[in-house]
Design a protein around this ligand. Structure first.
Ligand code: SF4
Ligand code: MG
Length: 333
C-alpha cells in the first residue's frame, strides 16, 4: 500500500552559540492511510522535534530541517512556503498537543476558534458554520455543546479543553492526525477517556494517526506499527506485535523491561540506567546508546550503526544485527 506520509532521512538541527546540533538525525519511517503509527521513546529523544518538523512548526530563530524529505501523498513538504504549509496544516494534517491551554487562544470563545477553522479550511456557508461547530463538539463527547461554544478556555477542565482541541483538529476531516503526548497532562481517568475518544474518532473519520508517546501501555493499545526513537534516531521500527513479542534492539528491550508489571509489588520502576545524552553531549561517532547498553562491545563506540532490515518490515539500528557483522548476531542469542 502507498504511504500517506513518508519521512526519509530527516535531519533537524538547532543553532546554539554558532554550532548546529541535531535533535533529529537520520529519521525514516512511513504512515499508511488509516494506520496508527506510534513514536515512542524517553523525553529528549527527538519525538517532538520530529513532529514539529513535519508540521513546519520549529522555532524559526534557530530550528531548521537540514536534510531529508517529508513526503505527504508523494509531495515533499520541506520546500513549501509558509503560505502553502498553512493550507495543509489543519486541513490535510492536523496536530494536537500535550497542553491544550497553550494551543487555544485564551481571549477567544471556543465557538469563535472552531468557527475560524471551518471558515479558513472548508467551503461551509456562513449560516452553517456555528451549527457545524456545535455538532463537532458533540462528536467529541461534549454534551452541553450549545453552551460550551460561548465559553472561554479557562472555564473548561483539562479534559474538556483536550476534547475541544480534538474537535478543532478533525473539523476538516484531515487524512493525518499528529498527536504529541495528547493525554500526558491529564488525570489518569481522563487519559483513558481521551484515548478512547481519539480511537473512536480516528475510526469514524478514517484518518491515519502518528501518535507520539512515552507510554508503552498506550502503544500496546493503539499502535499498528511502532517507531522507537533514541537520541534523535530511529533505533527500531516494526509492527506492534513484533515489537512487544520479539524486540531486537537493546534499547527497546530495556524500555519493555521498564514497564511495571501488575503482578509485581515493587514500586520502583526497573528503569534504564543513565539518561538520554543531551543535544550538546551527543557522541560524535559510534552508537548513541553505547553508555547505557548492556550488550555494548568496544566497536560500538567506533562504528555508527545503520538502520537496516533484519526481516521484512522490521528494521533495527544496532551492529549486533548488522549483516556485515554476521558473527555478532550469533552472540546475542
Ligand atoms: Fe548496544 Fe552496540 Fe547495539 Fe549500540 S550498537 S545498541 S551499543 S550493541
Ligand atoms: Mg515531547
Amino acid at each position: 500500500q502507498e504511504s500517506l506520509l513518508k519521512v526519509q532521512n530527516l535531519h533537524t538541527g538547532f543553532e546554539i552559540e554558532g554550532k548546529t546540533y541535531y535533535a533529529v538525525k537520520d529519521v525514516s519511517f512511513d504512515v499508511k492511510p488509516k494506520e496508527v503509527v506510534c513514536v515512542v521513546g524517553e523525553s529528549g529523544c527527538g519525538k517532538s522535534v520530529m513532529s514539529l518538523s513535519i508540521m513546519d512548526l520549529l522555532p524559526k530563530h534557530n530550528g531548521k530541517i537540514a536534510q531529508g524529505e517529508i513526503l505527504f501523498k508523494g509531495k515533499d513538504l520541506v520546500p513549501l512556503s509558509d503560505n502553502e504549509m498553512n493550507q495543509i496544516r489543519g486541513k490535510d494534517i492536523s496536530m494536537i498537543f500535550q497542553e491544550p491551554m497553550t494551543a487555544l487562544n485564551p481571549v477567544l470563545s471556543i465557538g469563535f476558534q472552531l468557527d475560524e477553522v471551518l471558515i479558513n479550511h472548508t467551503t461551509s456557508k456562513n449560516e452553517e458554520i456555528r451549527r457545524k461547530s456545535i455538532s463537532l463538539l458533540q462528536q467529541v463527547g461534549i454534551s452541553r455543546a450549545d453552551q460550551v461554544v460561548n465559553e472561554y478556555p479557562h472555564q473548561l477542565s483539562g479534559g474538556m479543553r483536550q476534547r475541544v482541541m480534538i474537535a478543532m483538529a478533525i473539523a476538516c476531516q484531515p487524512q493525518l492526525l499528529i498527536a504529541d503526548e495528547p493525554t500526558t497532562a491529564l488525570d489518569v481517568t481522563v487519559q483513558a477517556q481521551i484515548l478512547e475518544l481519539i480511537t473512536k474518532i480516528q475510526e469514524e473519520v478514517g484518518m491515519a494517526m502518528l501518535l507520539i508517546t512515552h507510554d508503552l501501555g498506550v502503544v500496546a493499545e493503539m499502535a499498528d506499527r511502532v517507531v522507537v526513537m533514541y537520541a534523535g534516531q530511529v533505533v527500531e521500527y516494526t509492527d506492534a506485535d513484533r515489537l512487544f513479542y520479539a524486540p531486537k534492539h537493546p534499547y527497546t528491550k530495556a524500555l519493555l523491561d521498564s514497564i511495571p508489571r501488575m503482578d509485581e509489588t515493587r514500586e520502583v520502576l526497573n528503569t534504564i540506567k543513565g539518561i538520554v545524552p543531551s543535544l550538546k553531549n551527543m557522541p560524535a561517532k559510534g552508537c548513541r546508546f553505547v553508555d547505557r547498553c548492556p550488550s555494548a562491545m568496544p566497536e560500538c563506540a567506533e562504528i555508527d550503526p545503520q538502520l537496516g532490515e533484519v526481516e521484512k518490515g522490521h528494521a533495527v539500528r544496532c551492529i549486533l544485527y548488522d549483516a556485515s557483522h554476521p558473527e555478532k548476531e550469533a552472540e546475542v542469542k
